[in-house]
Design a protein around this ligand. Structure first.
Ligand code: TYM
Length: 327
């Protein structure tokens, strides 16, 4: 069985972009692959975050993973900080990285280009930590949204560099992005990705949003004045985004939705999508509340940490020998 690994940062509430770009993919893959999914809490502190928020986000995230249909019998779900080998290999990967290549990473580049102050060294060095997250487990594939692809490319380079310098140690992983829904955009500014940190909350649908409020966000989503329902992400990005959301949540191909709406208006289409989102969130939140009450989160993390540590510790021992730490 091929192995797959991915992670998500508990920096804010999960949104529909995370669901479509990441979690819905994980769910599909859990039957075909040996999967490892972790909460990247060490990445969350690259920007200031209160401890109580980090705790809450972390717990919510795991409960949401489970509510979205990830099965802990099939997927190893764990917390990054429960496995110290991530930080240990992270340091080694930082030392394998060049300043120039980290300066080219978009997140860091964007923040410094905007002249943001208070950019931490952690934000600068987070891509090599991400490389460590991946390489500890020798996965064949890393499913991510397109925004993370650059980091998986860096991971491949660092793995090759290490293998070349010290001898074969890491498998070279492949990024895996899907065609539909690789990137979900803001409902208010369809040029920008839907994100936890977006300025306008009307642009983002959180998985824990009140379903009725989420429906309203769909109804007021920005479209265009062409008035034709077709899938044209270049000229009608807002409409294309809505069609993608509907397609992923209902499993109906975009072409089929488009043909059902031939000659009809945006209002009617938005009503259907609003209902889809309403139903999706209501169902998800009911499961989420049950899971939070059940104590399942703690149990899943305990088992996950054990399984993940076993593999990660073996790898870090190997690395420590190769670099000359072990006497
Ligand atoms: P994060 O937490 O920003 O995002 C988690 C996953 O969700 C995807 N995503 C999106 N997909 C579609 N549309 C969007 N609007 C959207 N926003 C986010 C992301 O591409 C990602 O797949 N550095 C990573 C976490 C991480 C990681 C790893 C991932 C740490 N170590 C190792 C994979 C492997 C991050 O910040 O993702």
């Amino acid at each position: 069985m091929k192995r797959m690994l991915s992670g998500i940062k508990p920096t804010g509430r999960l949104h529909l972009g995370n669901y479509i770009g990441a979690i819905s993919q994980f769910k599909k893959y859990q039957d075909e692959y040996e999967m490892f999914i972790f909460i990247a809490n060490e990445h969350a502190i690259t920007v200031p975050i209160e401890a109580k928020d980090l705790r809450k986000n972390t717990k919510d995230l795991i409960a949401l993973y489970l509510a979205c249909g990830l099965d802990p019998e099939k997927v190893t779900i764990f917390l990054q900080s429960d496995v110290p080998a991530h930080a240990q290999l992270g340091w080694v990967m930082i030392c394998m990285s060049y300043m120039g290549e980290l300066q080219r990473m978009t997140q860091y580049k964007d923040k410094t280009a905007k002249g943001e102050t208070g950019v931490t060294a952690g934000l600068f060095t987070y891509p090599p930590l991400m490389a460590a997250d991946i390489l500890l487990y020798d996965p064949d594939y890393v499913p991510v949204g397109v925004d993370q692809k650059q980091h998986v490319e860096l991971t491949r380079n660092l793995a090759e560099r290490f293998n070349h310098r010290y001898s074969d140690t890491f498998k070279i992983p492949e990024p895996l992005t899907t065609k539909v829904g690789q990137k979900i955009f803001s409902l208010q500014d369809p040029e920008k990705k839907m994100s936890k940190s977006a300025a306008d909350p009307k642009g983002t649908i959180d998985l824990l949003d009140d379903p009725a409020a989420a429906r309203k966000k769909i109804m007021s989503a920005k479209t265009d004045s062409l008035g034709i329902i077709q899938f044209d992400p270049i000229n009608q990005p807002g409409l294309a985004n809505l069609l993608t959301i509907q397609s992923v949540l209902t499993n109906e191909p975009v072409e089929s939705i488009v043909s059902r709406y031939e000659g009809k208006g945006y209002g009617e289409l938005k009503k259907e999508i609003g209902q889809t989102v309403f139903d999706f969130l209501s169902n998800l939140q009911e499961k989420y509340n049950e899971i939070l009450k059940s104590g399942k989160v703690e149990e899943v993390l305990k088992n996950g940490a054990e399984k993940a540590s076993y593999i990660a510790n073996k790898k870090i021992r190997k690395v420590y020998k190769k670099v000359g730490f072990t006497l």
